[in-house]
Ligand binder design. Structure first.
Ligand SMILES: [Zn+2]
Length: 409
């Protein structure tokens, strides 16, 4: 059997110029290499899977690559130093996971090894991953060393939680904040991988994978891996991705939405229970509905068709909604999310929420009501709020919106 190499390892960048979606960091580091202005200590922060340790390893390799007679941002990857670093067998590059080596002794061991020059290459490089996990005493032990390390030593720290690192450490490092990779960059990258891997995967499927990775390259490749394992050489389409990551299918979600805006409570409930039966948690369903609402609002606001799958259903909803109504739905969903948290039977709270929104969708808009009253009154509105004698027309409006309240000042 051929060993399956996960995509994130197979396609891990080996040069800075191959790193995806971190243009600013890549440019700054490349310049630092070119001008030989590399710091003693680097600190990379950012969410999981955006390239922190990947860049750390490239730097380690770049510092020791033998092809040029000075450090390079784009190491060759084939000289003996590069090869050994890639295989994690190079004794002067030490990668430590602070999640399992949190103690002061581990740090003291590093510090005592700094006395010796690197055995082969130019630099000793210590990569400390999840560095925020180090204990306080470990940080204290590091402090002095980072301030004035021997010229042949570089520290590279990576963390998802920079706020947990003592400021005294942070201020001694050259700091790089890696951002979430943009949706477009992720989609383009996944398309490239799909081509290299000769996958039958639709553009829409790639788009969903990218969206659900929330800007993490590693997450996106992990989902793609799972799809490949589940569906082999078959076509990977939107439904296969949904199945793989246990997402509510976009199709049933939009169907739920259509029933809501039609005020069809019975069918909305049917679809809702189907979605639930297929494994979606009530809170997830609300999040998904929020996401659809967001797409609808931005599509209406920009007055353009945003790139979306299930276009017809999407359009059906757009045709029936305006921004004020969707804005109201957005707020009701957000409020509903709180309510769901407060009850033990979350599905019941969600059902009530769906009924409330569906009911609200059938009410005329405030604008229509006011216009109607104005028409009846020769363009006059009685909005007198004095004492308990609230204006007649406000009463009429309130009759139309039973949930409304009058705020007196
Ligand atoms: Zn090399």
């Amino acid at each position: 059997m051929i060993e399956y190499k996960v995509l994130s390892r197979k396609y891990r960048p080996k040069k800075l110029k191959e790193v995806i979606g971190q243009d600013f960091t890549v440019r700054t580091l490349t310049n630092a290499f070119a001008n030989e202005k590399l710091a003693h200590a680097f600190l990379f922060t950012g969410i999981r899977g955006v390239g922190k340790t990947t860049i750390a390893r490239i730097i380690a390799m770049g510092l020791n690559c033998e092809t040029e007679n000075k450090p390079t941002a784009n190491p060759c990857g084939i000289c003996s130093n590069c090869k050994e670093i890639l295989k994690d067998r190079y004794e002067d590059v030490l990668e430590i996971d602070a999640a399992s080596n949190t103690g002061v002794d581990d740090v003291r061991e590093i510090i005592s090894s700094l006395k010796y020059r690197p055995s082969k290459g130019r630099y000793k490089v210590f990569i400390i991953d999840e560095v925020h996990m180090l204990s306080n005493s470990a940080f204290n032990a590091l402090l002095k060393t980072i301030e004035e390390p021997p010229s042949f030593v570089k520290f590279i720290f990576c963390t998802t939680e920079i706020q947990k690192i003592p400021i005294t450490i942070v201020s001694r490092c050259q700091k790089y904040n890696l951002n979430r990779v943009t949706l477009t960059a992720l989609c383009n990258y996944l398309e490239e991988i799909a081509e290299l891997e000769k996958l039958n995967i639709s553009k829409d499927a790639i788009n969903i994978i990218a969206r659900n990775s929330e800007g993490s390259i590693r997450d996106s490749l992990t989902i793609l891996d799972q799809c490949i394992l589940s569906f082999n050489n078959e076509n990977i389409d939107v439904e296969s991705v949904h199945q793989t990551i246990g997402l509510t299918s976009q199709s049933s979600l939009l169907e739920l939405y259509i029933n809501i805006v039609n005020g069809d409570i019975i069918n909305a409930n049917k679809v809702l229970h189907n979605i639930y039966k297929n494994g979606a948690a009530p809170k997830q369903i609300i999040d998904d509905l929020l996401n659809v609402t967001y797409s609808l609002i931005s599509s209406l606001a920009a007055n353009t068709n945003i790139e979306i799958y299930e276009k017809d259903k999407f359009q059906t909803i757009i045709d029936k909604c305006d921004i004020p109504f969707l804005n109201q739905v957005w707020h009701m969903l957000l409020k509903g999310k709180d309510e769901v948290n407060k009850v033990s039977l979350q599905m019941e709270a969600l059902e009530i929420l769906i009924i409330r929104i569906a009911y609200g969708s059938q009410l005329p808009s405030l604008e229509t009501v006011v216009k109607k009253i104005k028409e009846d009154n020769n363009d006059e509105l009685n909005l007198n709020l004095k004492d308990n004698n609230i204006g007649n027309d406000i009463k009429k409006i309130l009759d139309t919106f039973p949930e409304g309240k009058v705020l007196k000042n």
